[in-house]
Design a protein around this ligand. Sequence first.
Ligand code: MG
Length: 197
Amino acid sequence: MATEGPFPKLVAFDLDYTLWDLWIDTHVDGPLHRNGETVNQVLDRNNQPIRFYRDVPDILHTIRAWRIEDREEGDNKVVIAACSRTSAPALARQCLNLLLVPPPSHVSGEGVESKPVVAAKFFDEMEIYPGSKLTHFKKIHQRTGIPYEEMLFFDDERRNGEVEKLGVTFIHVPIGLNRKVFDDGVKHWRKKRSETA
Ligand SMILES: [Mg+2]
């Protein structure tokens, strides 16, 4: 499942209540900081922790290990995007720049990082600002040239499913991203793809 394709060319994630369990614009006071090299924890001004849901680090590593088969080496990675409509984009970016993603729990494959890496390094594309996510995806499409049908998107808010109008595969995340929701989402994308092929 994790290593055999086909894979979408882009996987996008909402942030609030999809990757972490808070609204960064209402529940968090900047500036943010991290205690040394503590993994998966950033603290706000009041020392309130912000961290990814438990399975998120391994999911990011899983996607990083995927390769698109019909592409040239060097251009065959799956693009990872953050798509958030938060009204605190600077705080969200600061968090992604501080939050350390631990190495994969099941180390396998070449090129797998063995040291923690800041979350921002995983996100090739970041569209973080208020408003309809139709805009977020149109911008990503313009910049990357990736067809909407090759995009898989996880979000906890059903209203953001409007991006399906563009052709993006939308997966509703009820209580934060976990491995099962992720794997089922990939399966759903594959099924859709095989039906339209
Ligand atoms: Mg959300």
